[in-house]
Design a protein. Structure first.
Lengths: 357, 402
């Protein structure tokens, strides 16, 4: 595996519940709230999209287009060889709009705009349309593996030379309706919780979130490279019939590294006590590594690992671990190898391994 | 790294039949699945023609081996039935040493239940079991459960090219050495949601669809599921499965023209077909038959027709759209038509483009209108194009031919 062609993260772009406008102040001023849901701080979309197009666009599409533009600019890439996205539920706002009209008006007086925008591949299609990019275009829609699938596809194409640059991203939006429904299912805290207290408190349920994060992946290193994207792996802990420790050690061995090489594990700890155990198991297996978390900053959603990877890439590039993300400190050491570990509802587990370029 | 991908199993349910053999029989007998709506509760019932799978969801539960009291979407039931057929066909379950993945395409997911119980979702707890099955991944997870697959799986949604893209991604995973075998395809049930969506777009023909006809007036929607078993050459040596054909090429491109319309010159279609052809290492004149996307809309057939003329500058291969048989199976269309193309390849049959009568003035070629038997087919192409200009093309090659 070590002989494999290295793939680099050369650009980042993100719209999230945190203020992304000034990336040089990397999470130094955290947006705090007292809530059980987090909404994105949306940029001024007019900087990225012309007003006549903007008017018709659904919210997730706007978030996706803006973050992809920020990413391409960050990487200095005009035209990627492929656009690959992952989304758990796609353009929910438009889907709900069409569905509500359908149900209320008993299949009468329907206009096609929200139907057109309801398909999950609308974000990647709109990015391509605005770039006039005729290249490969794919969208993965598998819950907590949506973004990871996009990364796996990207790595294959970059390694086999089909593409030398890939714009890969993950995005999901939270609507009032989806929040209300998932709240009733018990996914979220009953009572509002202070952002920075979420991971310390012991209670059932997480906080709902949303966001869009894009990565410009390339087979060539640049002075702007954030990290090397070494390996991505998805697994189901329950059906695999293996202990997390075994899965972890197998994964690290295949990636050519030892557990002691991991300097930092960035984990999807979400404040829900019933889903905390796998993260604890991982931490116990990586005694020398620091532990960091992101979901108190982004909220929980199917593609939140894209925010996690954004954060891990920033930590790697700036060699700076923001205090707000720290769960367990390790002895002072450079961040050369970072492991991202996430699971969604204990069904979709994933590892993303990045290294210092 | 493996370089050849073999097709060793097929599973297919559509308005034409509940398994691959029944589908083949209907095709051979020129029996279309398109007719009046029987199962979906919609006010468009008497207005539209569709190709519905003949069984009601309760009967499908029985066929899939699922208790009808459990929360399953029609989409998932169709997927389980077709994937199981393919999986048994290749008896992959007997080879635990091989890494088998599941790559499935769908777009509507559990919308059939969601549109029925949306009010309950919002206001009471009585239908909560149907909330969790709304998303696209649910069908894939349940199919994996039913097949006993524990390895890599994912779901692709690129609208009407989803299933073709699943086959493509499965092949890439196998060539990258990440999988030995794959169950790849797609599933899509008819829903009130997308019937009304396409209806609002005014691209549904109230009569039988007429692809590539000068008077064509839109789509008849269809439903079903279709899965292929793919094996690397190396895995095939272990399974000993009979090779049905070889997946010789695939290409994906984006029109980047309009969210739902195709460009007049068919840029995306042209690029997808060209990439697939380049990968197969063949020249255009080696393609014997194209199973066109051919939806029957004004826009698609003109755009695709021009793309075919632009790529096949010498002799144009036999072309037909088999959507007058199956209806447009949207996210399952890619794998359904891949199987129809493969059945033609194996049996030496060129499927007719039914309901055609008038030549399109813009095109030089006309589709095949009568079934051709005993055709010498070595290389067939299957096109699938989706919303967002997401265009894909697959090429299958007769096994043992160079």
């Amino acid at each position: 595996m070590t002989s494999m062609k290295p793939i680099y993260i050369n650009g980042l772009g993100s719209v999230s519940p945190q203020d992304m406008a000034n990336s040089s102040r990397f999470l130094s001023e955290v947006k705090r709230s007292q809530s059980n849901r987090l909404a994105c701080i949306e940029p001024n979309y007019r900087e990225f999209i012309s007003p006549d197009i903007l008017r018709r666009m659904g919210r997730l599409i706007k978030m996706g287009v803006a973050s992809s533009r920020i990413c391409l600019e960050d990487a200095g890439c005009m035209m990627p060889d492929a656009i690959i996205t992952g989304t758990g539920l796609g353009c929910l706002e438009d889907t709900e709009k069409f569905l509500t009209t359908l149900v209320r008006n008993r299949e009468e007086l329907l206009t096609p705009t929200s139907f057109i925008q309801s398909t999950h591949n609308t974000v990647s299609a709109q990015i391509a349309l605005l770039l006039k990019c005729h290249n490969y275009n794919f969208t993965y829609v598998h819950r907590g593996w949506s973004f990871e699938s996009a990364l796996i596809d990207s790595l294959i194409q970059l390694r086999n030379g089909q593409a030398s640059t890939v714009l890969a991203g993950g995005m999901d939006e939270l609507t009032n309706v989806s929040f209300a429904i998932t709240q009733r299912l018990g996914h979220w805290r009953r009572k509002p919780v202070e952002t920075l207290e979420l991971l310390k408190s012991t209670d059932r349920g997480s906080i709902a979130g949303e966001g869009s994060a894009f990565f410009l992946l390339s087979s060539s290193q640049s002075p702007r490279s954030y990290a090397e994207l070494a390996e991505v792996y998805t697994f189901n802990r329950k059906t695999s019939g293996k202990a997390l420790q075994t899965i972890l050690l197998d994964f690290l061995e295949r990636s050519g590294i030892k557990p002691g090489d991991i300097d930092l594990a960035v984990c999807g700890i979400n404040g829900d006590t019933s889903s905390a155990r796998p993260y604890k198991e991982l931490a116990d297996n990586l005694k020398n590594a620091g532990i960091a978390a992101w979901k108190h900053l982004s909220g929980e959603y199917q593609t939140s690992s894209s925010f996690g990877l954004w954060m891990a890439s920033m930590i790697m590039k700036h060699q700076l671990l923001p205090e707000v993300a720290v769960i367990r400190k390790s002895e002072e050491r450079p961040f050369n190898t970072i492991l991202l570990y996430n699971h969604y509802l204990d069904l979709n587990h994933s590892f993303i391994l990045i290294r210092k370029p | 790294m493996p370089s050849r991908i073999f097709v060793t199993g097929l599973g297919f349910i559509s308005g034409l039949g509940n398994n691959a053999q029944e589908n083949l029989n209907s095709l051979l007998n020129l029996r279309s699945g398109i007719g009046r709506i029987r199962h979906i509760e919609t006010s468009l019932r008497d207005e539209l023609l569709v190709s519905e799978v003949r069984m009601a969801s309760e009967e499908l539960s029985c066929l899939a081996g699922v208790p009808s009291t459990e929360a399953y979407s029609r989409n998932t039931l169709l997927g389980i039935i077709a994937a199981k057929e393919a999986y048994r066909h290749a008896s992959l379950g007997d080879h635990p040493g091989l890494r088998t993945g599941l790559i499935s395409g769908t777009t509507v997911g559990g919308m059939d239940q969601c549109e029925k119980y949306y009010q309950d979702f919002l206001f009471n707890d009585s239908k909560n079991a149907f909330i969790d099955i709304y998303d696209c991944a649910d069908s894939t997870e349940k199919i994996a459960d039913h097949l006993g697959l524990k390895g890599f799986m994912t779901t692709i949604s690129t609208a009407c090219s989803s299933a073709a893209n699943s086959i493509m991604f499965a092949a890439r995973l196998m060539k990258a050495g990440k999988l030995d075998c794959a169950v790849a395809g797609g599933t899509e049930s008819l829903t009130k949601f997308h019937l009304n969506g396409f209806n609002a777009l005014k691209i549904l023909d109230k009569q039988l669809c007429r692809p590539f006809d000068a008077g064509r007036n839109g789509i008849n929607l269809g439903e079903g599921a279709a899965y292929l078993i793919l094996e690397t050459e190396e895995a095939n040596e272990k399974t000993g499965n009979r090779v049905i054909c070889e997946l010789a090429g695939y290409g994906n491109a984006c029109e980047a023209f309009h969210q739902t319309a195709s460009s007049p010159d068919g840029t995306g279609a042209y690029l997808a077909m060209k990439k697939a052809l380049e990968m197969s290492g063949k020249t255009p004149d080696a393609v014997d038959y194209i199973n066109a996307h051919g939806t029957g809309t004004d826009n698609n057939d003109l755009s695709e027709g021009r793309a075919i003329e632009n790529l096949f500058t010498g002799k144009i291969p036999w072309v037909s759209s088999t959507k007058p048989f199956t209806g447009h199976m949207t996210s399952a269309a890619g794998s359904a038509e891949a199987i129809i193309s493969i059945l033609g390849l194996v049996h030496g049959i060129v499927w007719p483009n039914m309901n055609f009568s008038n030549q399109m003035p813009e095109l030089k070629f006309r589709p095949v209108t009568e079934m051709i038997r005993g055709a010498n087919l070595n290389l067939v192409m299957s096109n699938s194009f989706g919303f967002g200009g997401n265009d894909s093309s697959l090429i299958f090659k007769k096994y043992g031919v160079h």
